[in-house]
Design a protein. Structure first.
Lengths: 339, 339, 339, 339
C-alpha cells in the first residue's frame, strides 16, 4: 500500500500513520516529496482491508493499493495458461476454440433435442440451456428445474455434447452438479459468495460470468473464491457490462480478453447473446471475440426464437448459426487456431 | 406493448406480427403513421417476456413496453404509503425519520455494546451490524456468524434498540431471522432471487438494498419477489450506484427518493456510508437525504474506525455522529417531520 | 508519481526506468517490496504527461499519479473560500444561497419579462435564459441569438436581476459578454478548451457546468483552464452525470458538493432541472442541494412549460417555484444560512 | 410520439393532451388499454421537442419517441453504403480497409517524417498526427499548431500519404482545412455544435469521433449537424466510452459497428489506441474491429513512445505495428476484404 499524506500534514499525523502501519505488521518506508510525503507499507497486502482504513486518519489524503488482491487466479502464481477439462475429449483454454450453444431456457424435450442436434451439426462442442432461470420478474417463467436437467442429460446422451447449465442456489447446487458437465454462475450471482463457495466445493468445472457492474479485478476475486475452496477449473465469461448506451442491452467489453490474458491463466469465453441482446449483433461480435483471442463462445440458439419463453430477441436460428460457424472457422484459422 | 414496424415493412410482415399478438392472447390495434406503422398490443403485459421476442420478427424495428412490470410494489395497486412495523414502538414510513446506526461488522462484545450505547445516546432508533459479511475477497474477515448474532441480541437487550443485519444465504436465513428484527439484503444479493424468495417466506421486515448496477425499476422488481411470497414489510434502500466517478466509492443517487415516491408505497432509506465510502461525505449526504424526503438513514458508526475490520474509511466516530444527529433534527423540523 | 514494477522485473528494466525518471528532471526513490519494487518519482508532476508514458517501458506494471493536477483551483494554493462577485450587491460563495431562475431559452419579450418578474417576486437573485442554444438536433430551435441577449438585458433593466446566459462559440463570446453578467459554459462544452481559454480572457464571472462524463478532477482542470488565463471568477455547477439509470435524464451527483468543498475554494451551484430532467424531482433535489451545502441553485422556471420551445418537461411553473422558495428558506435557516 | 396516460387519468386530462397534439400539427389516435390509454401523435416528429413537453401535462405518465431524429445520416433516406473519398486513389467505406496511423501529436520534423515512412512501409494508407491538441490540463503540451500542419504536409509530400488532423476551434478551422486531407472532430468536441456547423461548411471529409458519454443516436445527430450544412463526407469513429471499468482508459464499444451498420450508410472507423489507452490491448482490439466489420482503423504509432509528449502509453512502436499489419491482412481476407 502507498499512503499519500496531505500537503503540510503535521509530524504527529505522520507518526500516527507510521505507528499504525507497524501495528498491522508492515514495514514502512517514507518518501519525502516536494509538497507532501508518501509512505510505502511493505508486506503482503492481500486480504488486509485494515490498511485502507488508514484513510480515516488525520492528515491522510488517500491510500493506494499496489498488489493485485488475488493469488490463485494470478499469472504471477501460475504462468502457463490453464486448460480446463470438460470431458475426456474436450477442454477449454488450448488452441481449439470451444463453442457452447443452445436455448436460453429448456422448454420441452422436443425443443432441447432439436437444439442439440442442430448446434452439434454446425460444429458446437457443448450444449447450453437453463433449467433454473434467474428472472428479473417473479411472474416470468422460472425454468423446468430438475425436469429440465433430465432433458439436458437426455440431449447429451443422444448427441454426445456435454452441457453447461446455471446454478442459482447453494441448496440445489448438488443436484445440478449430479447432472451437468459444467456449472454456470450467472451475472446476477457473480458476487453471491455463498454460492461461489459452494461450487468451489463441488468437483465440476465452473463458467463464471462477469456481473453487470463488476470490474475485471472483482471478477478475478470471485474466481478466487471458487479456487480458494479447492476447485481450480474456472472459466471466465464476459457477457456485457451496464453502461449508459441503450442501443444494446449491455455493452460487450471485448477488451476484457487482452486485459484478462495479461492478468490470469484462466480461459476466457465470450457471451455475445447477452452481451448485445440482439441476434443481429451476435454474429459480428462472435467474429470479433475470436479475433481478439477468446478461448470460446457461448451463444443462444433456438429453433423458434419468436416463440421462445425467454430472450427470444437475442437467439439465433439454427440456419443463421450454421452460416456463422463456417465463417468463424476462417477467423480461427487466420489466428492459427482450430474450432 | 407498442410494436414499432420498420419504415416500408411489407404487409406480410405486419400480418405475422398481428397473428403472433393474437396467439399470445392480446388484442392488436394499428396506428398508420406517416412513415411507418405502430401496433399496440392490448392486455396485461406483466410477466410476458414473450412479446419482447417479437423484435426477432422480420420488419419489426423495436418493441416498447408500456406498463410497469411490478404490481404489489406499485402505487397503482396501493395508493397510501406503507408503514413497516419493526417493533411495538417503532415503524418506518411515517412522519418520524428512523436512523439505524452501528458498525459495519460485529467484531467483539465490547465493540458492539459500545457502539449500541453510543448511537442510542445520540438518538438512533435501530442498531445495525454485520454477522455474515459478503466480502469481495475470500481472504477478508467474513464475520462472526452466529456468535455475531448473539452479540447483537445482547446489545439489543441492553439498549432496547431493535437491530438489522444481513442475510447472505438461504441456508442460514432462518437462523438469522431467529435473532434479528429486520433482515438486510445486501447490494450484491439484490438479484439473488433464491434469497429474495426465502426472505419473502420469513415473517420479518426486510431492508432491500439497491444493487450497484440496478435500475430503480429492477429494485422494485426485487421487492416484488419478496412481496409475491407473502411478505409485504419491505423497506427499500439506496446505497450508491456504480458510475465512472472515482472520487466517491459509489455515486449516491438521491433522486431515487422522489422517483420511488412517485412509483411505490414502500418506504425509502438512504445509506450514505456505502453511498460515498468516505466519512467526510456521510454527514452532508445525510442532511441531503432527509431534505429530499427519505424515510430513514442507515449509517456506519464505529468507536474506533482506524482499527475497524472493514469499511473503516467510511465509518463515523460516535462524537461526530452525535453532532450530526443534532443538526439532522433541524432539517427534519424544516421538513415538518420528527426524528 | 509512483511507478509500480512487475513482480520479478529484471534489474535492467528498473535501470531504464530510473534513467528515464532522471532525464525527465525527477529524483527517484526505490522501495523494495516483498514481491516487487515501487519507485517514487519526486518533483512537481503537474503538466507532465511524460511520466505516464513510462507505462510503456518493459517491466512496468503501472504508474500512479500522487498530486492533483490543478493548482489555481486547489485548496492547497488558496485556503479560504472564494466569493465570486456578480454585481455590486450580489456575490456567490458566502453565507447567502443564490438562486438563478428563468426559462431554458428566451422565446419572446413577453415570456422573458413574465419569467423575470415571477422569479424575482419569489426571491431569485439572478435570471437565467438561453440566447444561444446547443441543441442535440440541428432541426431544433437554436435560440434567438443577439435578439435574445437584448431581451435578457431588458428584463434585467426592469427587474434589477443580473443574468447568466450560455456562450457556445469563441467567435460570439465577446458579444455575449457585452450583455451578460455571467457567462455559462454548458455541459457539452465543458472540455471545449478553445472556449474555456476565451472566457478566461474576458472580464466576466463564469458558471462552468460539469460535463456528462466528466470526473470531478476533470471539472477542476477545466476551471484551471479559465483561471490560468487570468479569470479567477469561476463558479462550478453540478448538473447530473450520465449513468445507466433511465428513470431520470441524468443522475444528479450531490456528493460532488462535499467532494468539491474538500478540494477547491470555488463556489458550487446545483442544477436540479437538467440534473433530473423532470419537474417533479426538481423541488426535493433543490432542498437536498441546500442541505448538502450548495452555494446556489440554477432552476428552470417557465410561465407555460407545456408550450416551451425546449426542456418543458423539466421546467417549474412560477406558482410551484414560489412554494419551493418558501420551504427552501427553512432548509437554509436550518443550515445557518440565508437566501 | 406515443403519449402514455396514467392509469385512471381523468377525461379532461386526456382532452387537454388531444387538444395540444392538434395545436402542434399532429393527428392523434387513441388506443384504449386494459388499465390506461395510450395516444399516438401522427406526423413527422423530428425536430419537435415540443411534444416531449407534454410530459408536463397532468395525467401523462411519459412520452415515447418512435422515429429516429436523424434524416440525412439514416439508412432510410440512403440505402447504399457511402464511400467517402479522401484522395484520387483512396476512399473509406468500400471493400478496402483503411488504416490511418501516426503519432498522437506532431513533435518535430524528424519525428513525423520517421513515423510517416514507417507506417507507410507497413501498409497504412493515411497518416494521423495532432497539430492542435485538446489537452485536459492547460499546463500540458498544446501542439505545434500551424507549424505542425506544415510538417504534416511535408510528410505527405514525401510519402504520398494523405493526413487527418484535429480541428478544435471554428476560428482556426479554415487554416487546418487548407493543409489537411481530412478533419477530425475529437471526442471532447463531439457536441461542440458551433464547430460541427463550421466543418459542415468546409469542403473536406470529416472524421467524427464519438464522445465519451455519447449514445450512438447522439453520434448520428452530430453527423447530421455536419451533413445538414452540406458536407456529406462524414466518417464515424468509435474510440471508447466512459464506464466504471478502470483496467482500460475507456471501454471500446465494438458492438457500435453492427449497430451503426443497421442505422446509417456512413463508414465506421475504430480507434483502439484511445479506446483502450494501453498499447498491449491495441493489437487484439484492431483484429476484433476488422472481424466485426469496421471500415478502417486509426492507430497511434510513435518511433519512441517512452519519450512521446502525449499518450505514449497507448502508442505502438513501428516494429510492433508492422507485425500487426501482417496479421490484420489475414483477418481482412477471412472477411473477404482487402487492406
Amino acid at each position: 500500500m502507498i499512503i499519500v499524506m496531505k500537503a503540510g500534514a503535521a509530524k504527529r499525523d505522520k507518526d500516527v500513520v507510521l505507528r499504525r502501519i507497524k501495528e498491522l505488521g508492515y514495514t514502512s518506508h517514507v518518501i519525502h516529496g516536494t509538497t507532501r510525503d508518501v509512505i510505502g507499507a511493505i508486506g503482503d497486502e492481500r486480504g488486509k482491508a485494515a490498511l485502507q482504513a488508514l484513510e480515516n486518519l488525520h492528515g491522510v489524503e488517500n491510500v493506494l493499493p499496489i498488489l493485485q488482491p488475488y493469488k490463485l487466479a494470478s499469472l504471477e502464481v501460475k504462468k502457463e495458461s490453464s486448460i480446463v477439462k470438460i470431458s475426456d475429449t474436450l477442454s477449454i483454454g488450448g488452441s481449439q476454440i470451444v463453442v457452447m450453444a443452445g436455448p436460453c431456457a429448456v422448454e420441452s424435450e422436443e425443443q432441447i433435442i432439436e437444439s442439440a442436434l442442430a448446434v452439434k451439426k454446425s460444429g458446437a462442442q457443448m450444449l447450453r440451456g437453463g433449467a433454473f432461470k434467474p428472472r428479473t420478474s417473479p411472474y416470468s417463467f422460472q425454468g423446468l428445474e430438475e425436469e429440465g436437467l433430465k432433458l439436458l442429460a437426455k440431449a447429451r446422451d443422444l448427441t454426445g455434447l456435454p452441457f453447461v447449465t446455471e446454478v442459482i442456489n447453494p441448496e440445489t447446487a448438488d443436484m445440478v452438479a449430479d447432472y451437468a458437465d459444467m456449472l454456470q454462475i450467472g451475472a446476477r450471482n457473480s458476487q453471491n459468495f455463498a454460492l461461489l463457495k459452494k461450487v468451489g466445493q463441488l468437483g465440476k468445472p465452473v463458467l463464471l460470468k462477469r456481473g453487470m457492474a463488476m470490474t475485471i479485478q472483482e471478477l478475478l476475486m470471485s474466481a478466487e473464491y471458487i479456487m480458494s475452496e479447492g476447485n481450480q477449473s474456472v472459466v471466465l465469461c464476459e457477457r456485457g457490462i451496464r453502461t449508459f448506451e441503450t442501443a444494446t442491452r449491455n455493452t460487450l467489453d471485448l477488451s476484457a480478453i487482452p486485459v484478462l490474458k495479461g492478468k490470469t491463466h484462466l480461459p476466457i469465453v465470450i457471451d455475445p447473446s447477452h452481451g448485445t441482446g440482439n441476434h443481429h449483433y451476435v454474429v459480428p461480435m462472435s467474429y470479433a471475440a475470436v479475433a481478439a483471442g477468446a478461448d470460446g463462445l457461448i451463444i443462444e440458439v433456438h429453433p423458434d426464437p419468436e416463440h421462445a419463453s425467454s430472450d427470444g430477441a437475442q437467439s439465433l436460428k439454427p440456419a443463421k448459426f450454421d452460416v456463422m460457424m463456417q465463417k468463424l472457422r476462417l477467423f480461427a484459422e487466420a489466428d492459427g487456431r482450430t474450432m
